[in-house]
Write a new protein. Sequence first.
Length: 342
Amino acid sequence: MFTKYLFSSVGLIVLSFLVWFFIPAENLIVAAEKWKGVCWVGSRQPLTGGEVQALLSTGANALSQTPFGWQGAKDAPEISWDMSNERRWWGETPAGIEATYDSTASKGIMNMMKPHLWVRGSWVGEIEMKNEEDWKTWFENYQAFILDYAKLAEKINMPMLCVGTELEKTSQRDKEWRAIIAEVRKVYSGKITYAANFTEFDKVKFWDALDYIGVQAYFPLAKDHNPDLEELKESWESHLPKIEKVVRKYKKPVMFTEIGYCNTVDAAVEPWVWPNERKEIEFSEEVQALCYEAFFQTAWQKSWMAGVFFWKWYPERHEREPDFTPQGKQAEEVMRAYFLGD
């Protein structure tokens, strides 16, 4: 009797192993709903109303709001932010965040609070302290920063919060991040994620403590300028298994907390490169639109894909070029076709 029970138990374990590792990841994790989002830029002045309608016309049903904290250097443990500073752009103040949430949520648009750090002379992924004492101070400061915005998100009933963005050299400190997440859970009742850089997401160990796997999806898609659609799609197919490996391990749906492409011929080579570094590069709405098309034909089709947020969307008229925004370009038409078609 015992032997029979033992073998049946072993058989179930083996069967479970085979099911988990050989059934495609897209058949194991099914996102309840796909958020069709943009990264909303906080405006200088209060919204007038037409800005929300323009976004709704694309089929978007989600946006992220990005208030900032500031850090003087990548190895400086001090972080500054001021929730009461009304001299900032209106859209980044607590009053502006709440008003934007109210005016968009009333139209059925889900909001995610996504605070960022701005580091003088560096990218946030380079934040790294020189010693353990500074690490302790940095995490204390960062926790206070993110808790202030978690409390604001709870106060205004914002349904989603991102606890950090591209903090690649900090996220390997698993214990400290789990402590921050636990403190956030004490004051915030909505869904939470972390926005891991595309070079970082598979090394993060605290996905089990979150509701979504968040990826800043600036994966390189081409080796040279003016790629065709097939090359872009093949590149996505080479990146997706890495994401699915993490999906299998943590059994969580994925959100692309940011993805975007400049309207330049080199947009797919290094999508993360800032527009002011592309001033000598030829413009191309076509390449930008192809990058959008490749995403929608590949990653967007996965059932583990819970949502996407395109970087970025201006509520006010914006003339700077080149830029990441799809507004008024062929990429907006691609986005609208898929957002309205799903």
